[in-house]
Design a protein around this ligand. Structure first.
Ligand code: TRP
Length: 438
């Protein structure tokens, strides 16, 4: 059966951008920025995105587009043998755990959205959390059920623009508060003394996460990009949208935080416990809070959709040549069920009653996060750059770029210098930093 492709350039950009724009932009970026010195972190982050994020996004897109396959098939086609199969297998396992984890937090977004409309005390219970994750998972699965064009592409063409408009509305509301200016100057004032090696490595890690690099998602989406579309400019636009949304989220959150005299260094609970308190005291707070959590739900659910798509597409590719290939619908049920199970176990582990899910003082929820982001993701990212830089024929990249950039040899030389020599070392540094060895 012919594989689906995105119907237009706009569709491809919206679909991939809506996957990239997620909790990383609206939940994680603001608290990371708050903890890492404000404007200095922002500048370092932008430099990382351009020098590091963009070339890696292009690499993954080229892998998907030139092979026409998702993660599993892309490695096999480009390598011409089975020797690299461990990378896609590890990728799918990691994505399964990350999706389970992501659904827990997406569930929190749904919960706060629900609470901002009606007062549902029961939602705070364990059962309430599980129901919310289930709702998020079922919505995401419903979208994928309809396929790449009718599901993912159509959904993101509607919701990505809505998300941008909502962010603008929120920024305007927040900027009307007394004392909002201090938040903006925290965000944009540059203080070089705040840049430490830690800031740089945190910014690099955040850039990876926010652009969905190293998880096979960009390979999968790359395989849906129409043949005639330029992947380099497509990647540049997606990177631009993702970074813009992160900065806009900062502009919506910090002015409120400063106007209410709260310290910006709150960490992960910034969006889930500090903001509700602020909304409670703000004029028109309920409307702002409904808008904010609706926005967070859109961002998180569209990302959960693209995470799940990695698994569904790989299951379909893997069994394509078998007598009874797995259909999209069947693959979706398998993948969805596995991720939901992980997410329910993660939620259960957050209650002290379930001691069997707590190991060495840390819950299953913590362990999934620690193991995936500190160990598995760096291994996969390293696998990707070493594979593409050293083992894939340079012709693959040349053929993708030549129609648009002709024979500009120096860009290729810079690219290969980065991917062969700089990126592997940088990825190791990020990994050592997140394990705490640096
Ligand atoms: N980029 C997403 C965010 O900002 C998170 C993410 C990482 C992701 N890798 C992914 C989403 C792969 C979809 C697919 O929240």
């Amino acid at each position: 059966m012919e594989k689906e492709k995105f119907t237009s350039r706009f569709g491809a950009i919206m679909a991939t951008a809506s996957g990239a724009v997620g909790l990383g932009n609206i939940w994680k970026f603001p608290y990371m920025l708050g903890q890492n010195g404000g404007g200095a972190f922002l500048l370092v982050y932008i430099v990382c995105v351009i020098c590091f994020g963009l070339p890696l996004m292009i690499t993954e897109f080229v892998m998907g587009k030139s092979s026409g396959q998702s993660v599993r098939g892309a490695y096999q086609t480009l390598a011409g043998n089975n020797r690299w199969n461990f990378v896609p297998i590890l990728t799918c396992l990691t994505v399964m755990f990350i999706t389970g984890f992501y659904l827990v937090i997406t569930g929190w977004c749904v919960k706060y959205f629900w609470i901002s409309i009606v007062d549902g005390a029961w939602l705070q219970s364990m059962g309430g959390n599980i129901v919310c994750s289930l709702v998020a998972a079922l919505i995401s699965m419903g979208v994928l059920w309809m396929g790449v064009n009718k599901g993912i592409e159509r959904l993101s063409k509607i919701f990505m623009p809505i998300l941008l408009v909502l962010l603008v509305v929120l920024i305007v509301c927040v900027l009307l508060l007394d004392g909002a200016g201090k938040g903006l100057s925290f965000l944009f004032a540059f203080d070089a003394s705040k840049i430490t090696s830690r800031t740089v490595l945190n910014a690099l890690g955040q850039c990876f996460y926010s652009l969905s690099i190293g998880m096979g998602a960009l390979i999968t989406f790359g395989s849906y990009i129409p043949k005639k579309q330029n992947v380099a400019s497509t990647a540049a636009e997606i990177v631009g949208i993702d970074t813009l949304v992160a900065i806009m989220a900062g502009c919506a959150i910090f002015p409120a935080v400063f106007a209410f005299g709260i310290s910006p260094e709150q960490g992960p609970q910034l969006v889930f416990s500090v903001l509700p308190a602020i909304f409670g005291q703000m004029p028109g707070g309920q409307i702002v809070s409904v808008l904010f959590y609706f926005l967070l739900c859109i961002a998180a659910i569209t990302s959960a959709v693209s995470l799940l798509e990695v698994l569904v597409a790989s299951l379909m590719d893997l069994t394509e040549k078998r007598p009874r290939p797995i259909s999209r619908h069947k693959g979706l049920i398998y993948a969805g069920a596995a991720c939901l199970l992980i997410s329910v176990l993660c939620t259960l582990s957050l209650s002290a009653d379930n001691k069997w899910l707590i190991l060495g003082g840390k819950t299953l929820f913590d362990w999934v996060d620690i193991i995936t982001s500190n160990f598995l993701l760096p291994i996969i990212a390293l696998g990707t750059v070493v594979f593409f830089g050293w083992f894939v024929d340079k012709k693959v990249m040349h053929e993708e770029m030549a129609p648009y950039y002709g024979k500009q040899k120096w860009t290729m030389n810079v690219y290969y210098f980065l991917i062969r020599w700089c990126f592997p070392g940088l990825i190791l540094l990020i990994a050592l930093n997140s394990i705490g060895l640096l």
